[in-house]
Design a protein around this ligand. Structure first.
Ligand code: ADP
Ligand code: ASP
Ligand code: MG
Length: 864
């Protein structure tokens, strides 16, 4: 057993839940083992919560519906065979605990009593069986794992309006942190496995938590144990902006707060059970959703912090099977107590109301099938009772389509094209939630499948779903999972000749940055080919290597500098190139020096004009504005909006202009840069339009500089920035404002893919079941993974043909736990001395390097 070293009593818990498809094959159990071991190695106790094997709950439910005892026995035998097959595939031949559960299932199948308690007992078998298999499989693979009966921990709370059916099959549990329970579980072992979906009632009998309830179990355990986090491992990389099986263009939602995620789950996203967030909210336990088959993908993090204050639609979801009850009555609604009488009838029939729309003579409500037992008898009985007080119309089957996002009411102006689409279908009811998080349309069920992808597309086009904001949105499902239709050309270093050259360079010394000038030139020419942009500057902070500056200057790029050091480097490497000086909070002397050298200067604050006015007398100035919002792949690269130190707020514009005028200075350029790593091609046109309308107010402006931030795909399968679409969008704005020249200043886009970091494997360590791959490059050479959670692809150059079958944490030699170059990477089994290539390292690699730990950062080599 590998997990021998004891954890301190106060070690935190991490709860990992694996859904049906995640527990159905031996490969998945190997992944579960690796993940559990890595969490254990973080110093945490691990509780695994598992679903039944995929399809087994359905099969058990079907068994419950069979009238014939022989058929039930045969169904139980099928289910038993499926588990025995998996046991064999896991390399185990006999498991008495599994036999005992299978015997219990066989007995239940032939039992005489068929009430709800029996149904619960039968359906609980799926999770009892899968967890028993799992405990044996993990222990046999060297990770000692104790089996825990979830019913000994989760006690269902009876609710006042529950009936027998919901009490047995859709129970809920009230959870508060329970230190005694945590201590009891800690005494069982360091890695535990238990069942999702099941709990006990006060009499000790088995109850279920509702279909999909294993997510809820994980949340209950997370709350009881005050866990460090709960991880939901499933068959998609997280919560998407729509059901990805229905809308392949749906975007991964990388960060959500509890309220938004709750709203998306409640309104139809099956990936997370709607009850699984409320237990975690008070104790502020974060919840992660990840793909078991692709652990390297980012996933969704749900936590207490709102990910962004700027309103955006986050998702569109749909629930089918909605029944509407329309009630007409002339002039009755205002009468005191009338509505109370009507709703009393709903209560009496055990039906819970979801949406409500009301008018002078009509009240229409919806019944949600997930909260109701919607058999036609119950509805007919309700309708008969209602008919005594009003005219009743039952409209079914309907579907509720919901747009979810914080600040929905502030977004209505962006929804005009989306709302127009509803003109094509019959809308029975519209409801806007009082928490301002959703807008729901009830339509005929038959129309919804075709409607959803269209609405999603319109939300993207209208900028209401701000997919370009990479702190909130990841790649589309299609990009992550779709057939590689238009696979991007392979990177330069994949070619055998380039590989051989890189290996030869690495043989001289590592770590080493290598820059490929042909790739740099290719990117430069692709940008120069855009017809909308009149002048290009390279933001040299991305990589000020002289050879790169010279090559870009030769391609017609000016050089945008943010410090005297950068101005000097630009001057040395490319004396002919135009320069720009765009500093932030720089001292007075920096501006004086730039002006003395006749370099155009950008101001982004009032202070320089107010306090150093003489410096700018009769000068031409560029003004950087804050358009009130930031964008980018990480909070730390957003450069606009509240919380960002960049740019003059638009509210100070008039004051700035008056002050400039008094000095005889003229604003000839307006500038805005909202952040880095933006992949939405429409972004810069939006910025351009906003700057242009402000420039029209000023009168002296000749050019608009819409900054950089052009993104490079980070995740595998993420599509590249569509330059043709970027050009088209900019041209459209230019047609409206032909009197302004357009400037752009990319950094990363030009150099990221041209550079790689070569490192050599130093040591390999297997600790607590985790494989660490040590490299001689660390965060002192490449800080982006530590600083921005940036993802760089990592390849073992020495073993191009070996199967990538080992899950590594790739780490550097720096004395910091954050010195991780890549986590959960599948690579070929490596050996000391292997050469690793860290891709897309040409931007903000060498330029951000340090001598931390007094280790020299990687040297640089240029391939021309
Ligand atoms: P598990 O068996 O692991 O609990 P589920 O089938 O319950 O998995 O949930 C995952 C599925 O949820 C996905 O495969 C997807 O089809 C569906 N789904 C529906 N809406 C969404 C959404 N907005 N984002 C992600 N997945 C969704
Ligand atoms: N096995 C149960 C179901 O299929 C619970 C779950 O998987 O979440 O509904
Ligand atoms: Mg599920």
């Amino acid at each position: 057993m590998t997990n021998a070293s004891a954890l301190p009593a106060a070690a935190p818990w991490i709860v990992l839940k694996f859904g049906g498809t995640s527990v159905s094959t031996p490969q998945r159990w190997a992944t579960i083992r690796a993940l559990a071991a890595s969490r254990r190695a973080e110093g945490a106790r691990v509780l695994l919560v598992v679903s039944a094997l995929s399809g087994v709950t359905d099969a058990l439910k079907a068994l419950c519906g069979l009238a014939d005892v022989g058929a039930r026995a045969a169904a139980a035998a099928d289910i038993a065979a499926r588990h025995r097959d998996l046991l064999r595939a896991l390399g185990l031949d006999r498991l008495p605990a599994l036999d005992a559960h299978l015997a219990e299932l066989a007995a239940l199948a032939t039992a005489a009593e068929h009430d709800y308690a029996w149904q619960a007992a039968v359906q609980s078998m799926g999770e009892l069986l899968s967890s028993t298999l799992g405990a044996a499989a993990l222990s046999a693979q060297g990770l000692a794992t104790a089996w825990l009966d979830a019913r000994s921990c989760l006690l269902a709370t009876p609710l006042p309006n529950q009936n027998e059916r919901t009490r047995r099959l859709s129970a809920s549990v009230e959870c508060n942190a329970d230190t005694a329970l945590a201590a009891r579980l800690a005494a069982c072992g360091e890695v535990l496995i238990t069942q999702g979906f099941i709990a006990r009632d006060q009499a000790g009998r088995t109850v279920l938590l509702g279909r999909g309830g294993s997510d809820t179990s994980a949340a209950y355990f997370g709350a009881l144990l005050a866990a460090a986090r709960v991880e939901i491992w499933t068959d998609v990389a997280g919560m998407f902006s729509a059901n990805p099986r229905q809308v392949p263009d749906a975007r991964l939602l990388t960060r959500l707060d509890y309220e938004e995620a709750q709203e998306i789950a409640t309104t139809g996203a099956k990936v997370l059970h709607p009850r699984s967030l409320s237990p975690l909210r008070d104790p502020r336990v974060p919840l992660l959703i990840k793909d078991t088959q692709r652990p390297e993908l980012d996933g969704t993090v749900i936590g207490p912090e709102a990910a962004s204050d700027a309103p955006s639609v986050k998702a569109i979801s749909a629930r089918k099977g909605i029944t509407l009850i329309a009630m007409e009555s002339v002039g009755m609604w205002q009468q005191v107590g009338f509505l109370a009488d009507v709703f009393a009838l709903f209560k009496q029939h055990g039906l819970s109301v979801d949406l409500i729309g009301s008018a002078e003579t009509n009240v229409t409500v919806s019944l949600d099938p997930s909260e109701n037992l919607l058999d036609s008898d119950a509805i007919a009985a309700l309708a008969a009772d209602l008919a005594r007080v009003c005219r009743v119309k039952v409209i079914a089957p309907c579907a509720a389509v919901t747009l979810v996002g914080r600040g929905m009411r502030a977004m209505l102006h962006r929804l005009s094209t989306v709302l127009a689409e509803f003109g094509q279908v019959k809308v029975h009811l519209i409801s806007q939630s009082s928490n301002n998080l959703n807008l729901t349309f009830v339509v005929d069920e038959a129309t919804v499948d075709a409607l959803l992808p269209r609405l999603h597309d319109l939300l993207l086009r209208a900028g209401a779903l701000r997919a370009g904001d990479r702190a909130l949105f990841g790649p589309s499902w299609q990009a992550l999972y779709g057939a590689a239709t238009a696979a991007p050309p392979p990177p330069w270093w994949r070619e055998p000749a380039a590989r051989a050259r890189l290996l030869a360079i690495a043989a001289e010394a590592t770590p080493r940055y290598v820059y490929h000038l042909p790739t740099l030139r290719e990117r430069a020419r692709a940008l120069q080919a855009l017809t909308a942009v009149d002048r290009w500057y390279y933001a040299i902070k991305a990589n000020p290597h002289p050879a790169l500056l010279a090559a870009l200057a030769a391609e017609g790029f000016g050089l945008e500098c943010v410090s005297p050091g950068e101005l000097a480097a630009a001057e040395r490497a490319a004396p002919q190139a135009a320069r720009l000086f765009t500093p932030n909070f720089a001292p007075r002397a920096d501006y004086a020096a730039a002006l003395a050298a006749d370099v155009p200067v950008t101001l982004d604050a009032l202070h320089p004009l107010l306090h150093w006015g003489e410096l700018f007398r009769d000068r031409e100035l560029i003004l950087r504005l804050d358009l009130g919002r930031g964008l980018g792949h990480h909070e730390k690269v957003r450069t606009g909006g509240a919380g960002s130190k960049f740019g003059l707020p638009v509210s100070d514009l008039d004051l700035f202009l008056r002050r400039a005028e008094a000095l005889g200075a003229r604003v000839t350029g307006l500038h805005a840069h909202l952040g880095s790593g933006i992949l939405d091609p429409r972004h810069w046109a939006q910025v351009c339009g906003e700057l242009a309308s402000l420039a029209d107010r000023i009168g002296t402006v000749a050019f608009l500089d819409v900054g950089g931030g052009l993104g490079v795909p980070a995740a595998e399968g993420e599509p590249a920035l569509d330059l043709a679409a970027l050009d088209a969008a900019l041209l459209e704005v230019k047609r409206a404002y032909p009197h302004y020249a357009l400037w752009m200043e990319p950094g990363r886009y030009l150099v990221a893919e041209a550079g790689v970091l070569l490192a050599r494997v130093t040591q390999i360590k297997h600790k607590e079941g985790v494989a660490y791959l040590g490299a001689d490059a660390g965060m002192n050479s490449l800080i982006r993974p530590a600083l921005y959670d940036a993802r760089h692809a990592i390849v073992n150059l020495t073993r191009p043909d070996d199967r990538a079958d080992t899950l590594y944490q790739v780490v550097g030699p720096i004395c910091e736990s954050g010195d991780v170059l890549g986590s959960d990477r599948r690579l070929p089994a490596a050996a000391e001395g292997d050469v690793l290539l860290i891709a897309d390292a040409g931007a903000y690699g060498a330029s951000m390097a340090s001598h931390y730990n007094l280790r020299k950062p990687a040297a640089e080599t240029v391939l021309s």
